[in-house]
Write a protein that binds this ligand. Structure first.
Ligand code: 5GP
Length: 115
């Protein structure tokens, strides 16, 4: 069984978070250490440890995550101005929390390439 993460605890209510969106498949909350005026994390209710662990049966859930990110961008007023979705996968990808999550970033001009 995979280790319990802070995101498991946010889902179970053990740790509080500023939840901005919920649906049947996904939950979104503000990042505790925002890197942009809008920095929200979208996670699936069904745990997957990361993009590197995705299987063919998970493709629908990945679509739900991206659709949720776009809905949250609309809620936050950045759907038209532009935003970025990032998934860090594994150690060299910069993933710190082993629970699949999409970073939604926006509200300022974002640079490229990322670090
Ligand atoms: P990763 O590096 O795994 O892609 O991103 C993990 C993100 O989770 C980081 O941006 C970090 O600031 C955020 N984070 C870590 N712990 C907490 C927490 O307890 N609450 C919230 N809201 N965000 C967290």
């Amino acid at each position: 069984m995979s280790e319990e993460t802070v995101f498991d605890q946010i889902l179970s209510g053990g740790i509080s978070a500023d939840i901005v969106y919920e649906d049947e498949h996904c939950v979104a909350f503000r990042d505790i250490n925002p890197q942009a005026p809008v920095h929200i994390l979208i996670i699936p209710r069904r745990k997957i440890t990361g993009l590197q662990a995705v299987e063919p049966a998970d493709t629908g859930l990945l679509g739900q995550l991206m659709a949720a990110a776009c809905a949250v961008a609309g809620q936050e007023g950045i759907r038209e101005s532009g935003f970025r979705c990032v998934i860090n996968a594994g150690a060299q990808g910069g993933q710190e929390v082993p629970y699949l999550h999409v970073h939604l970033l926006g509200g300022r001009q974002l640079g490229w390439p990322p670090g």
